[in-house]
Each structure stands twice: as C-alpha cells, then as structure tokens.
Design a protein around this ligand. Structure first.
Ligand code: GDP
Length: 525
C-alpha cells in the first residue's frame, strides 16, 4: 500500500451520540487525555466553559448551551482519530444530523441509570440511514445504575440493534470494582478518584485466579454464574455485523472516573471502519481515489471575532488537501486556490498543510459556500445525502424599521445557507417565514440578525404546522398543484417549492387528494 493509502486506512472519523447529560463532554475529555491531545482534565470547553471568544459565544454561555462544534484530531495506537463534536442542545439537532453524514462510525454514550433516552433514539435513527457502525458505552458505573442485563435488553429492543457485551461490570456504585473482559479473560480493576489523570491499568489475568477470587470475595460464585448467563443469552461480537451497523459492541465504565474508556478506545480504533465510500450524483467515490473530493456538512459563524467570517467544515472523501491547491467549487463551476484551510486544536484555529480522506478541514467562507456543496480537484460531481429536515416551528418576520429590508434579506440568506434557519417566501405574499427545529434556534437567529446585520424585527406566530418539500416528475400535474394549492406554497432558501401545511389534518387531506405529488419531510442536496 502507498504511504497515502496507509495514512487513509489509519483514519477513524467518528462522532458521539447521546442524550444531554449522559456524559458526552466528559468522555470527550477523557478521549483527548488518552490521545495526549490535552494534558489535564478540565481543559475541554464544556457547556459552561470559560472560553468566551465572541459575543456569540457569550450568548451560548449565558444559556449554558454549546451550539458550536469543532473537530479534534489525535493519534492513537497507530491510528489517526478524528472526533467530530456536535451541539449538545436538541434545538440544534439538525447540525448534529448533518455531522453524522460526515463520520464513518459513532460512539453511543448511555447513562446507565437512565437507559436509552429519546435523543439517543433519534440520533440512532439518523445513523441507521447509512448503516453507520455504532459502539456503545454504558456510563456512570460508579453510581447505582440499572441492572446491566436490562440495559442490554433495552439497547436491543428500543434501538433495534444487537448488543454484544465486550466487558461486564463487577458491581456498581460504591461497590464498583472493575470490568471483566469476556474475550481476553482479563479483569481491569477500578480505583476511584482517578478521573483527572491517565489511570494506570491495574489488571488481573484470568477469572479463574486467586487474585480474582480475592477481588470478588463472597460474590465470586455469583459472578461466575452471571458471566455464564451473559455469554449464553447475549450476542457474540461479530466484526462484519458491527461494520454493517447491525450489532453494537457494548462497554461498561465511568467517564468521570476515566475508567473503561481506554479499553473501549483500544478496541474501537481497531474495529471502527476507515474512511468509507460516499455516493455522488455520478458515481461512488472511494477514499482511496487519488483525486481530491469532499463536501461541506456544516457552516459555522464567527467563531473568532478577530476574523468576522464563517468557516465551512468540509469532510475530505478522497485524495488529499495540500496548502495552496486548486479546488473546484462544483455548484458555482469555479476553480479556487485554497491556501488557508484550517483545522482546530483545543479550540484554536491552525493552518493545515496536508490533510487526507477522512479528515475535516475548515474553509473560509465569505458568503459563497452552502451546506452540501461539493469541492473536487476538477471533476464535476456532487455528493448526495446531506439532508435538510422539515422545521417544526415557524414565525413570520416583521421589520420594525422598513428601511432595513435589504439587510434582513441578506442576513436571512446567509443564515439559511449556513443551516442556522430555514427561510420560506410564500408565493402569494411578500411575507418572510422562518422555520426552526426549536425555540432556541429562533433566539439565535434574532440575536445574530441584530448583532451582525443590525436588523430589529418582530417574530410573529404564524399558522403553519409543518413544511413538506414538493416533488413531482409530471410537470403538468405539478403546475396544476401549484395553481390550486398556491395559498400554502412557498419557495425555500434554496429555491425549492415547499408546502406549508396549516394543520396535520390538512397535510393528510392534501396527500390523499394529490397522490402523484410527493410531500417530502427532508430535502437533500
Ligand atoms: P453531556 O451533556 O452529555 O455532555 O454530559 P456531561 O459530560 O456534561 O456530564 C453530565 C453530568 O454527568 C456532569 O455533571 C458529569 O460530571 C456527570 N458525569 C459524567 N460521567 C459520569 C460518570 O461516569 N459518573 C458520574 N457519577 N457522573 C458522571
């Protein structure tokens, strides 16, 4: 294999999916600690972190949310790990969904006391769209959690995926003693109070040993029985089923105690897939293709007030980026020389010299890049599968100062291009309707319109229940629908025809009445 081939095959690009408070931030920090990317615990920008670098971030902090996301890269056991952070708050779930299109695997963190929670279910469904392999970490073993057997059952039934325990916990809460690896026959012993450092790996070789008997004491026989039961009743790990997204290896541990995370990461970097092929409008692109290709899955505004620009996050799908190279911005049919792509190290931007398939680079965006855009070394292809989701909340925007209409248009256009909101212009009026998945998203839009575009506006309730993108191959039928349903039709920020249904009942009536028209809940680039 060539050096480039080896470098690409060593990449592991993943994101963490979890319900808020399950421990995503904590485990991220431990992963970085293990990867030597940070020296001490507590230096990861958490939800309430001290790193305000812009007005925008001060808003995030006031509200205790993290809406920005970044990329962390670290070497581990001969692999290059790319961890993509996702916003914690569910009002920004669309960002998270799109980030999941840019990874090759995901780590699912479950709070052992709470089990599978609804946000995890939703994110899991998004992963399933591409059969993304999932590794599971049941967290908070240092607390009294639920029966591990029940948790395993819940993962299987609620998430509809086979669970293969790799290790099994010995006790929990105050009696948590460690985990027993079902495959290596090694007990990793837990020492409390070591979460802030890289814990030493205190192990006992073999369950059938004096040391194991001593550790387990009076519980030894019960534990042997439990292990028998677990082996008999659960699925065995199967790499192929894992890579097909049908089986998830399950690890137990405590992120806060930095225990079990290393064991999980050791296996994860071995098993998780290297950069996977991706579909385009013309062909499937394999990561090993020498020509550079990539797509933009996220645009982030004003991460740093010293540079009042926006960063477009691009996932490299094949080939390499090297500083100063020429890229084709396919949608615009334009070739551009890029010498200032960046990456992110501990929250700081750094210039990238070289990056390979599987890596994420940040491109400076001065208003020309949109989510879903493809960049190549010259070929005209377009990656597919980067979704927009139908918003769930809608508001009509009224300007308080009519002179600011141009700024409003510009602001909304940019905010919709970067996926911060969706904008709809009704066919029959001059109104502007914005859509979002959550209330907080409106607040951010209002804040940014005022802060960045100096637009004061009122956001009025509007009678829209949901949006559906309209599709029909028959031009005549589409024209007829357009005429008859004009009252509820809009075009969105990407110029796509959209039906804004006033009620759920109205939507089902329309679907019945117009069987040839597709009402799509997502739109893809
Ligand atoms: P996120 O919302 O998923 O990012 O969750 P955080 O990482 O911020 O964790 C939420 C809370 O759970 C914090 O108070 C953590 O200190 C706590 N926590 C995380 N992992 C553990 C763990 O293993 N054990 C215990 N007892 N608490 C934990």
């Amino acid at each position: 294999m060539s050096d480039l081939g080896k470098a690409i095959a060593a990449r592991r690009t993943f994101a963490i999916i979890s319900h808020p408070d399950a421990g995503k931030t904590t485990i991220t920090e431990k992963l970085l600690l293990l990867g030597n990317a940070i020296q001490v615990a507590g230096s990861v920008k958490g939800k309430r972190g001290p790193h305000a670098t812009s007005d925008w971030m001060s808003m995030e902090q006031e509200r205790g949310i993290s809406v920005t996301s970044s990329v962390m890269q670290f070497p581990y056991h001969g692999r290059t790990v790319n961890l993509l952070d996702t916003p914690g708050h569910e009002d920004f779930s669309e960002d998270t969904y799109r980030t999941l299109t840019a990874v090759d695997s995901a780590l699912m963190v479950i709070d052992g006391a709470k089990g599978v929670e609804d946000r995890t279910i939703k994110l899991m469904n998004v992963c399933r769209l591409r059969d993304t392999p999932i590794i599971s970490f049941v967290n908070k073993m240092d607390r009294d959690i639920r029966d591990p057997v029940d948790l395993l059952d819940e993962i299987e039934s609620v998430l509809d995926i086979q669970g293969a325990p790799i290790n099994w916990p010995i006790g929990m809460g105050g009696y948590f003693k460690g985990v027993y690896n079902l495959y290596t026959d090694v007990i990793h012993c837990y020492t409390p109070g070591r979460g802030g450092e890289l814990p030493e790996d205190k192990r006992i070789e073999g369950l059938d040993s004096d040391a194991a008997r001593e550790l387990l004491g009076g519980d030894y026989d019960d534990f042997l029985e439990e292990i028998e039961l677990v082996r008999g009743a659960s699925h065995a790990f199967d790499l192929e089923a894992f890579l097909a997204g049908k089986l998830s290896p399950v690890f137990f541990g405590t992120a806060l105690g930095n225990f079990g995370v290393r064991e999980m990461l050791d296996d994860f970097v071995q098993w998780a897939p290297p950069p996977q092929p991706r579909d385009t409008t013309s062909r499937s692109v394999s990561a090993a293709d020498p020509a550079f290709t990539g797509f933009v899955f996220k645009i982030q505004a004003n991460m740093d007030p010293r540079h009042r620009d926006r960063i477009a996050f691009l996932r490299i799908c094949s080939g390499t980026y090297s500083k100063g190279m020429k890229m084709r911005h396919v949608r615009l049919g334009k070739d551009v020389k890029i010498a200032d792509a960046v990456t992110f190290k501990a929250g700081e931007r750094v210039l990238v010299e070289e990056a390979a398939a599987g890596d994420i680079i940040g491109l400076h965006n001065h208003g020309t890049i949109q989510i879903g855009d493809t960049f190549t070394g010259g070929e005209d292809l377009q990656f597919t599968g980067i979704p927009h989701f139908a918003p769930e909340l809608f508001r009509r925007i009224r300007l308080t100062d009519p002179m600011k209409s141009k700024q409003l248009q510009k602001g909304l256009q940019q905010l919709s291009e970067e996926g911060s909101t969706q904008v709809f212009s009704p066919l029959n009026s001059t109104d502007l309707i914005v859509g979002a998945v959550g209330q907080l998203q409106f607040d951010v839009v209002a804040y940014r319109l005022k802060d960045e575009y100096k637009v004061d506006a009122i956001y009025e309730p509007v009678n829209v229940y949901t949006a559906r993108w309209v599709h029909c191959d028959d031009a005549r039928k589409l024209a007829d629908f357009r005429k008859k349903a004009a009252e509820h039709l809009s075009v969105d920020g990407g110029d796509y025809l959209t039906y804004l249904a006033p009620t759920r009942v109205n939507l089902s009536l329309m679907e019945e009445r117009w069987p040839d028209i597709e009402f799509r809940a997502t739109r893809e680039h």
